[in-house]
Design a protein around this ligand. Structure first.
Ligand SMILES: [Zn+2]
Length: 340
């Protein structure tokens, strides 16, 4: 049955359940929360529950009828997805126009029609303005679901016409359950993945990939060396994110994951330099981290962490990825501000 796939997010589900039970489902919702925590899955399950031909209970999809199968496969004639095209950083107005036209027709099957704007962070002024008409007067029976990482990127005109539903990062036990579903049960590995995931299932699953740990080793080895080879390391990092395919979300995730483990390594170096114990390191890793910390000193390490956090913010803000990568690597190779 539907909703079982969705981990966590009970408050969001309650919001929609209550609205439906009262016959007061709105026409436009902005689903807001970090990348990779299940907003898209939630929107799909919601569409399924609304359109199911044989719902076993109110607002619950059977998961077997033709309608459920089509929503799942992305081929339902009354469900439309609008995504930023591969390789683009904005939602082009032409795509938006097509989406609005589709939404304007009557539902072909039942009484509902669901439009899911998967990359509502990527509106540009033109596509946002084009969308406003549909948002102001949604066609009867239509439900618009906009997926975004924050409300701060939305134009007030869009924000004021949507009901905001907030999605929080998942709790450790919720991530644990998803990992268990995928057969990842080794306690030490699960704990490590949860720690690095920041409450995002997508991150936890991406981290559970051997190629990721190979890249991690190459980059950490290279960056802890006395003279990091900027060009070589930029190449390793770039190849890694480009292997995610043309989809920009996947590429951003990979850049962000690398920044995450760089921060982890710098924090470990900092703790060692302050005389604290760091669990889970072998002798050679510990020695290299200590040497790195001695070379840079605590102020410089703290500054590096700041720069990495800033870079991660730039990833979220759609700065060109190669620029982010180069800016981070530059930080590791340039002399500190204090010693200049
Ligand atoms: Zn069904």
């Amino acid at each position: 049955m539907s909703w079982e796939r969705v981990r966590g997010h009970t408050a969001a589900l309650t919001t929609f359940r209550t609205a439906i039970a009262r016959g007061r489902l709105g026409q436009a919702y902005l689903l807001v929360g970090p990348d990779g925590i299940g907003k898209r899955l939630f929107a799909t399950e919601l569409a399924k529950a609304l359109l199911c031909e044989r719902p076993p209970a109110p607002f619950v999809a059977c998961d077997h009828c033709p309608s459920c199968a089509q929503v799942q496969a992305g081929t339902h004639p009354d469900v439309f997805h609008l995504c930023t095209p591969d390789g683009k950083h904005e939602l082009p107005v032409a795509e938006m126009r097509g989406f609005c036209t589709q939404m304007a027709f009557k539902p072909t099957r039942g009484i509902w029609k669901v439009g899911i704007v998967e990359d509502a962070d990527d509106f540009n002024e033109e596509s946002a303005n084009c969308f406003l008409k549909t948002l102001e007067e949604p066609p009867p029976g239509s439900l618009l679901l906009l997926l975004a990482t924050g409300t701060d990127r939305q134009l007030p005109t869009i924000l004021s016409r949507c009901q905001v539903v907030r999605f929080s990062p998942l709790r450790p036990e919720e991530i644990r359950a998803v990992l268990a579903d995928q057969g990842v049960v080794d306690p030490a590995q699960v704990d490590h993945l949860i720690r690095l995931s920041g409450g995002s299932v997508a991150r936890a699953l991406a981290l559970n990939d051997e190629s990721f740990w190979k890249v991690r080793e190459q980059l950490i080895d290279g960056l802890l060396a006395p003279r990091p080879n900027f060009v070589e390391l930029a190449g390793v990092w770039q190849r890694f994110y480009e292997e995610a395919g043309k989809e920009t979300t996947g590429q951003r995730l990979r850049v962000s994951l690398v920044i995450g483990f760089l921060v982890e390594a710098i924090q470990q170096a900092l703790r060692l330099s302050l005389g604290a114990d760091v669990a889970g390191l072998n002798e050679s890793e510990e020695a290299r981290l200590r040497a790195f910390a001695d070379r840079l000193g605590p102020d410089r390490l703290l500054e590096l962490i700041d720069r990495c956090v800033e870079a991660d913010f730039h990833v979220e803000r759609r700065v060109q990825l190669i620029l982010v990568v180069e800016s981070v690597l530059e930080q590791f190779t340039r002399p500190s501000v204090a010693s200049r």
